[in-house]
Design a protein around this ligand. Sequence first.
Ligand SMILES: [Zn+2]
Length: 740
Amino acid sequence: MVFFVHLLKLCFSLQIICHAASQSVVIKRFKILNMLPVEVLKEYWGYDGFRPMQEEIINSALEGKDVLAIMPTGGGKSVCFQVPGIMAEGLTLVVTPLIALMKDQVQNLERRGVRAIAVHAGMSRHEVDLALNNAAYGDYKFLYLSPERIATRLFQSYLEVMDVSYIVVDEAHCISQWGYDFRPDYLKIGDLRERIGAPVIALTATATPAVAEDIMDKLSFKENNVLRSGFERPNLSYIVRNVEDKYSQIVNICKGVPGSGIIYARNRRKCEELSSMLRSEGIDASYYHAGLGQAARSERQAAWKEGKIQVMVCTNAFGMGIDKPDVRFVAHYDLPDSPEAYFQEAGRAGRDGKRSYALLLWNGIDVRRLGQIENVSFPSLEFIADVYQKLHAFFEIPYDAGIGRQLKFSLEDFCKAYGLQRAPVFYSMKYLERTGHITFSEEVDIPTKVRISVDRKSLYDIDLPSQELASLLEVLMRSYTGIFSFLQTVDEGYLAGRLGTTVSQLRQLLYSLSLEHVISYVPAAHSDVVFLHHDRLRPGNLDLMPKRFAMLKDSYHDRSQAMLEYASETDECRSRFLLRYFGQTETSDCGTCDVCRSKVAGFSYHQVVPSNCPGSSDASLREDPPLAPLRSAPVPPLVPRVALSSSAGQFEGASVQPEGIAVRQEGIAGQFDRSAGRSEATVRQYTRRKLVEFIEGKGGDYSITEIVAEFDNPSKFYSTDYLEILRQLIDDGEVPVYND
Ligand SMILES: [Zn+2]
């Protein structure tokens, strides 16, 4: 309310020039509060100052420029668009895929006296209509909506009358086809931008320089304008462990670090297994993945957020938009596909600024799996084209038909019907989605649908067995116009409320009514859904964009290689590595990651750890004693048992695994065993020998390209100086000169 008083009393206008879709020049008037951004921050948030970069982003937006803000999760993204949104006249559209975040932010804004509203999946058409109407005609400042809403006719009709001040695009990396998390619905934001000339504030926590370019291009930025804030997370210690026995490391961190934690695992089965194993160790763990129903997911998420569950073992479906400040550790049980995903997920630890840990576990299996995934993720285009045709055949859809159909899809049944492997089919579907032929949504909560199947007149002749059924029928008729003509999505909570029953009782009543042949009833379901964007194409007419396919494959390969480099990095500070990857050049060593600590401890990664070093034998690593003192200790230690102490050469707690041990233990496809645990000189010697073997194997007939292909491979742990070593070999006359 305070805001509106200010708006009336103290506004002046600023003229901003915007280009509309037609390329004509439109003058947009921004009425801006006669307050400085920092005063708005104080007024509504109670903070005295901005965090790094926030003010630059806000000023850029207030000048009417398009701005892409790249800042880490927890860096205070929302303030960057909420402050200008409050200051400018009109409605700020916030596009975000995260329903939890929408609800959170709307509540927070309302609490601060700023009117905000959200439109998201799960709302009935009536509710959506009401919300959009309010946004258009009420004095709302923020409208949150999910990207798939943009194309709906309802939204488009309201858009005509909305006075939009800014288009905010959250998770903006989702618009990039080459990015790690592309969402086709995001492309619609480009159309939105074309329609209304309002400036764009795009935000993301992860974008490489190439992805940043792509985002600005897709959102038709008038001029490139990237503001990148520090990605340093000084309170977050990155720790990487190359171990065969991942499980004991997980137990160690759960028991050694008090407070909330997240463990990311690759698949659902692993989440369930790991969670039950941890529980059997007395650790308060639960699991979360998209296979759980909506209710179970919300329930577990809330319990974890409130600290009722300590550790959540989950797939990457968990954590998006959850702002829990006191997460003390994030552990990755499997190697993620990309540094983007890793940084995003690991960054959920320590948002409160207190010491936290990001633990990454990997071994040779991960390396092989990453290679396999790459092959599986990109089946041949012929295969994809075949899946496209089979998909239609499966639902008996003839050529030149099918547009707009929404199909409940079971990957299992489909694969069984055609004797196909699950994974390549899955990725074919994903690619068909990327190329705009279908939308393939996994694990969708499909709402209940009802249609009254008798006409109005004969309704009154029907003798229903109970009064409850009659009441239900009446409520249905009154609540949903059109329910006589077609299947209508009904809101079970609302209906149950009207009838004074529970949702499960309501479902029984609906079922009973359907048995009386009064209604058609499609119960709520949790399933994969395929939506067909056009009529079935004949073979040969399906454009699968081979160039795009090749580019996607390359960018996927680059990302997974970068991830592998991160894991196998032994020299560069972990934090530095990640910052460099995201285009930040001015960086310094963090001092707390495992690489930095190993330097402080005075030995390099490749050095052999003396055998009398605590915990250096395999037996002591596997045995329990390290944990015994913990159990009897009344106060748990404040550092995780996997972390090294900063004092030189000393390890905290007997269970600590010094760097050298991790090296000694690991074995990647038999290659690393031979070079592991050796000094740099040994690695060079090993590389030298392998070079000679390789060249001899080719009968001395070899090229530099072949050498690079073989030796420039982080998973094999050759010396990175292999070309220099080759030179020496040639100079020494040990091997012949390569062919051009
Ligand atoms: Zn470091």
